[in-house]
Design a protein around this ligand. Sequence first.
Ligand SMILES: Nc1ncnc2c1ncn2[C@@H]1O[C@H](COP(=O)(O)OP(=O)(O)OP(=O)(O)O)[C@@H](O)[C@H]1O
Ligand SMILES: [Mg+2]
Length: 418
Amino acid sequence: MAPVFDAPKVIQSLDVILNTLKVGTIVRTPGDFNAFSFDQAYRETGGFPVLSLSFRAAAGGLRKDPRPLAGTLPSFFANLLPEEKLREAMERHHQGNVRPGNDFDLLAALGADLPGAVRVLASNGAMVVPQDTSKNKPKARFSLAGVQMKLSVMKNTGKGGGLTLPMDDGQGQYIAKFPSTAFPGVSENEFANLALAEAIGMDVPERELVENSDFDGIPEEFNTLSEGKVLLVKRFDRGAKGERIHIEDFAQVFGAYPSRKYEGAAYHDIASAIGIAVSPAVALEFVRRLALTVVTGNGDMHMKNWSLIYPGDGNKPALAPLYDVLSTVPYIPADAMALSLGGERSFKALAAPRWKAFANRARLPEPAVLKAVVETVQRVNEHWWHLPERDAIPEKVRERIDEHVEALTPILNTCAEK
Ligand SMILES: Nc1ncnc2c1ncn2[C@@H]1O[C@H](COP(=O)(O)OP(=O)(O)OP(=O)(O)O)[C@@H](O)[C@H]1O
Ligand SMILES: [Mg+2]
């Protein structure tokens, strides 16, 4: 029997599934109220495997279900959706079946391929996106957060190779980030920044630079018409056999909506959450990543650019690999940190006193924080100046990054003074 097709806009109830376990339901009521509730059987597990730390009570177990919300989804789900231009492209792709600006419709359309191991499927078993090529043109239905034009893609090993969108039950193993005319060399910039992070011992996804011409069958709505290389990054939320590995970003952890990703928390909040949920040693790894952020002039490390990952049984989080790192100062000379660090955002203000204030607010030992900063800056200087990948960056952009590294090194080295 052919599956029934229901347009996302007519779906009233969605099942929330974590890997293969049903954990709850999102129902929409007349007047466009959305209510999420956990299933009793999942409540009885105490909330394991974990969907999001934001749903956990301080005393253990799950919190009460959130109240129904008018015209919006609970923040955990809103954070699974694409933002800005990428969202508009996805809405156009599903035109007629998804109403612009309607989070429930879009989640229903994209729910089979979300970040991490969560899936959101129509409770009545209906298919929400046409995948039957005999009747309709198949539609892409992956969701990735963020604003830059990007696609979740598969690498084809068959004839001709090439990169394509996943259709049917196929899943993307890579994220393709398309360049933007507004930011020259942005792919090369991120490529080199990821290589630098790896060279200094950090956990980063595999990546490569590819050409626009390597892609096949990309729908027109997603065409950016921009010139230049495309950055291909291996997805860390998909395993070798296509299995899903759960992740959540820090907007989700703190229950903040995507629109508040630059103000919903400070870096010490993220550090202290990592210290409690993962370990103090891993919180210091976060400090090293922060020092890298400062020295490379990366003003875009907002709440959605840090994630937790739930490997194995999914009961306990670890810090996800580093992603979306690039020097923003070549494009925005007056840029500052995306969130406040010890009460300051300006890069040049981030000398030892700010790191001490950060350490105290994060409840991390001051000497360990200062040492992590100094060691990171030293390693960056050992690797950056002869990193092979820096040659890929356009000269003007690279010069600005170099100037920033030179200017910030002595400022951060004040952390070495006794
Ligand atoms: N290697 C990866 N594996 C799995 N998920 C990833 C990976 N890289 C990024 N993501 C997820 O995809 C989202 C978008 O990617 P990314 O942050 O690189 O894009 P962006 O559009 O540049 O973001 P921004 O809006 O911060 O500029 C991230 O928020 C994260 O959830
Ligand atoms: Mg991002």
